[in-house]
Each structure stands twice: as structure tokens, then as C-alpha cells.
Ligand binder design. Structure first.
Ligand code: CDP
Length: 211
């Protein structure tokens, strides 16, 4: 039996990693998991059930009872859910609860593409290919603002501030901080269209798979 093909794609908010991960999964006929959705779901469920997001033990216990259907909840993509996600994501019991889920998903044949913050460093350190996708904060904020402002009135400044706060929290936490794995290829999409970024991502991955 051949080992599952696993690909790790990490990076900060609105760097393009989600779209790239989806397209890479299509190209290699793999399953795809947006791991940010797990943290978003924990935050939204805790808020709905009155569990304080600052309570590491209680949010961890809720994360242990996460159900696949919870990932379909409406509202997970909102800015508030993203903010809440980065608060609960700093708690070691939450991260521990979600680790096996992510690994089990990746190890099922034929393998998977996972995108997040700590996939190449913690979740799948043995991934066959790894990318760290980034872009300048103002470019990422403009992309996210275009998405969010379709549904509601939101100021660009608010989106930029939100992204900068979240980046700082994600990079500073002590458990699984966001960082480029030593063996990950860096892809800066600041000047790239999404098509160009996907093409470059696949070129980098092909190089890693062939090595
Ligand atoms: O889509 P966007 O990049 O804005 O956010 P996301 O990938 O859905 O992640 C939301 C939050 O979940 C991040 O800000 C992180 O705090 C957390 N997260 C994490 O800690 N580890 C992951 N593997 C994925 C997300």
C-alpha cells in the first residue's frame, strides 16, 4: 500500500493559502481540509453556548466534542469568528483536541492538502510538500475587505487592524505559533494574481515531490 500523499500549506490571513490549497487538492486528486474552520467552529460554538473564550479548559473540552457537522455552521467565515478563533487557538487544550482530527483526516488514502498555521511544523511535520504562503499586510487586508464588503458595510481600516492583531496573536503564542517550517518553500503572493500564485505553488510542490 502506498503512503498517503500529504501537502502542508501555511500562512497568515488572506495570503491566498485557502484558494491555493483547494486548487492543489484538485490537481493531485486529494481531499482538502481548511483547518482554520475547526478553530472558527470552536469559537462560534463556545460563544453560542456561553463558554468564555478565555477559558482554556472549557474551550478545550468543547473542542473535544466537535462534530463534522459543526463545520457547516453559518457564520464561520465572519471577521468575528476569525477573531474568536485566534483567541481559542492559543489554548493548548484546544490545539491538542484538534490535532488527532487533523492527522486522521490527512492519513486517510489517498492523502490530503491541509491549510492552516502549524501544518508543516506540528500537524504534518513529515508532509511530502510544504509551502508558506504570505503577502504584505495591506494587500491581504484589501483582499479580505473585498470579500467581506460584499455582504456588509465594513471599513478597510477595520479589516487591516483585525488582520494585524490576528497575525501578532498567531505568531506570538507559545503553543504552535505561526511560522515557516525550515523545509517549507516561501511563496510571496503580494504581486501575484490568484492564477499566477496557483501556478507558482504547483511548480514549487512539483520540485519538492521530485526531490
Ligand atoms: O482564513 P483566514 O486565514 O483569515 O483564517 P483561518 O485560516 O480560518 O484561521 C482563523 C484562525 O484560526 C487563525 O487566525 C488562527 O488563530 C487559527 N488557526 C490556527 O491556530 N491553526 C491553524 N492550523 C489554523 C487556524
Amino acid at each position: 500500500m502506498t503512503a498517503p500523499l500529504t501537502i502542508a500549506i501555511d500562512g497568515p490571513a488572506a495570503s491566498g493559502k485557502g484558494t491555493i490549497a483547494r486548487r492543489v487538492a484538485e490537481k493531485y486528486a486529494l481531499r482538502h481540509l481548511d483547518t482554520g474552520l475547526l478553530y472558527r467552529a470552536v469559537a462560534v460554538l463556545c460563544a453560542a453556548e456561553g463558554i468564555p473564550l478565555a477559558d482554556a479548559a472549557a474551550t478545550g473540552a468543547r473542542a473535544n466534542r466537535l462534530d463534522p457537522g459543526d463545520l457547516e455552521r453559518p457564520g464561520l467565515r465572519s471577521a468575528a469568528a476569525g477573531r474568536g478563533a485566534s483567541v481559542v487557538a492559543a489554548h493548548p487544550p484546544v490545539r491538542a483536541a484538534l490535532l488527532d482530527w487533523q492527522r486522521d483526516f490527512a492519513m486517510l488514502a489517498p492523502g490530503a492538502v491541509l491549510d492552516g498555521r502549524d501544518i508543516g511544523t506540528v500537524v504534518l511535520p513529515e508532509a511530502r510538500a510544504k509551502l508558506f504562503v504570505t503577502a504584505e499586510p495591506d494587500v491581504r487586508a484589501a483582499r479580505r475587505w473585498r470579500e467581506l464588503s460584499k455582504d456588509r458595510d465594513i471599513a478597510y481600516r477595520t479589516v487591516l487592524q483585525d488582520i494585524e492583531d490576528r497575525d501578532a496573536r498567531d505568531a506570538a503564542r507559545s503553543d504552535a505559533p505561526m511560522r515557516q517550517a525550515g523545509d517549507a518553500a516561501l511563496l510571496d503572493t503580494t504581486q501575484m494574481s490568484i492564477e499566477a500564485a496557483v501556478t507558482e505553488a504547483i511548480r514549487l510542490i512539483e520540485g519538492q515531490l521530485a526531490a
